[in-house]
Design a binder for this molecule. Structure first.
Ligand code: HEM
Length: 449
């Protein structure tokens, strides 16, 4: 039974820290509870979004201004509308061709320098951002045309870097000072916002023209922005240009570094374990053929071993190791514990994915564990979170990774250079989203096709 006297509630959760399932940590004046036990996590994440909203922004003004009121941090009615539109947009079959065509461009770029080690993380960032530009709003950034980074991507990266500046998060007063860095941040933000808002206005005009000319065609492969505009019109859901901007930015933040990291982790492990690389390549050749081409949706589904590699990388190196904290509106019960309202509650994905009670040899990289029919708790593997606020781009990301991995396996063989900074293990720099140490994963590729 849930008791209601606040002092009792706090006692209950504070005493919980001595148990294994929940950890307590203090950051300044704020107390965080970290959920580690898989059963508590299941109960926690499957609660309705109304009961367990995401915390109000307190990650600094820069995060606030860049993320805006997009889907990652929104709550209540706004979130429900955004999620409805996002689900509908992502459910449209997203074209394999966009992914495959960008893989061909990636290979052209890599072939320029294939005699030397290549930073595959950089290559994957270029590729995923290029694919996202086309999938999100039918825009080609040109990041795979040469090793030069397009200006707008440089601005995006600068802004992302600045949102993670710990000094500005801890001392928001710094944002108000007449610093050169503040001026530059505002300039880059304006440039990026204008870029996205112009695209939105253009797509609105395109939709108006199509409606006017009655030329609307039911096609599956529409970009996310066009799908959202059409859906909001059809369902009478009002969404203005700034809210659209916030959501498109949120898709970029959520979908770009995460997918780049996981493909890099997979390629790294296949370099370390050549027998796994051979097994994966043999599978692709058996299903797709020994010619460089874009695999079909049916072929991709059959790539069981490649899929197991992707899943194992997401287990060992979940790109979002700890979820954005949730702040309950009221007392909630999780297992034997009662959580007080407004407390900060985090789910520790990293812990669950490395828990020896859930995984045999948790520190071993072993894709076979996803193929041998081992039974495990439904929340033992949660790289995309779970419950109503799970990842909206999960299916898209998995499809993107499968297509890219299959094509890279056909095109190249690869090894880890002797002097790799990741010789011992894949070192991470931790932040909100995990990244490889020094943003670098150098791999020596050799063309095979
Ligand atoms: C390996 C790739 C990815 C991983 C591991 C991942 C993981 C996650 C996780 C853990 C969350 C929950 C965040 C939280 O509650 O704190 C999330 C949310 C989200 N992700 Fe992903 N993600 C990936 C790729 C993508 C892609 C490609 C997109 C879109 C292009 C995307 C869009 C979203 C969105 C919109 C949300 C917010 C959902 C909501 O709050 O309703 N993600 N993702």
């Amino acid at each position: 039974m849930i008791r209601k006297k606040p002092q009792d509630e706090i006692q209950e959760i504070v005493s919980a820290v001595s148990h294994e399932g929940i950890l307590k940590a203090n950051a300044g004046t704020i107390t965080f509870f970290y959920f580690q036990d898989v059963e508590y996590i299941k109960q926690f994440l499957t609660k309705s979004e109304d009961v367990l909203p995401k915390m109000k922004h307190n990650l600094g003004n820069r995060v606030k201004s860049f993320y805006g009121n997009g889907i990652l941090f929104s709550n209540g009615h706004t979130w429900r509308m955004q999620r409805k539109l996002a689900n509908a947009a992502f459910n449209r079959a997203l074209s394999h061709d966009v992914i495959g065509e960008n893989a061909f461009k990636l290979f052209d770029l890599m072939d320029y320098n294939v005699e030397n080690p290549i930073n595959i993380y950089d290559m994957m960032q270029r590729t995923t951002i290029e694919i996202l530009g086309q999938v999100a709003f039918a825009y080609k950034f040109g990041g795979l045309d040469s090793f030069e980074t397009p200006d707008i991507i440089k601005s995006y990266k600068y802004i992302m870097d600045q949102t993670e500046n710990q000094l500005h998060i801890l001392f928001p007063i710094l944002d108000k000072l007449p610093l050169k860095s503040n001026r530059l941040y505002r300039e880059k933000m304006n440039e990026f916002d204008n870029f996205i808002l112009n695209i939105i206005e253009q797509r609105k005009k395109d939709l108006f023209k199509l409606n006017y000319q009655n030329e609307k065609q039911e096609s599956d492969n529409k970009d996310l922005l066009m799908s959202i505009l059409e859906m909001s019109e059809k369902e009478g859901i009002k969404i203005d240009s700034h809210e659209l901007r916030d959501n498109l930015v949120n898709f970029f933040i959520a979908g770009h570094d995460t997918t780049s990291l996981n493909i890099s982790v997979s390629i790294y492990h296949l370099a370390k374990y050549p027998e796994m690389q051979k097994k994966a390549r043999d599978e692709v050749i058996a299903i797709v053929g020994n010619r460089l081409r874009i695999p079909t949706a049916e072929q991709v589904k059959e790539l069981k071993y490649v899929n197991a590699i992707i899943k194992e990388s997401l287990r060992t190196h979940p790109p979002l190791a700890v979820l954005i904290p949730r702040q309950p509106n009221d007392y909630i019960q999780v297992g034997p514990y009662i959580i007080p309202p407004k407390s900060y509650n985090c789910v520790n994905i990293w812990h669950v994915h490395h828990d020896p009670k859930l995984w045999k040899n948790p520190n071993k990289y072993d894709p076979e564990r996803f193929l041998n029919g081992e039974k495990r708790h439904p929340f033992a593997w949660i790289p995309f979170s779970g419950g109503p606020r799970n990842c909206a781009g999960q299916n898209f990301s998995l499809m993107e990774q499968r297509v890219l991995m299959a094509m890279i396996l056909l095109k190249y063989e690869w090894t880890l250079p002797e002097n790799s900074i990741h010789k011992e293990k894949f070192y991470l720099d931790s932040n909100f989203l995990l990244k490889p140490k020094d943003l670098s994963v150098e791999i020596q590729f050799k063309r095979r096709i």
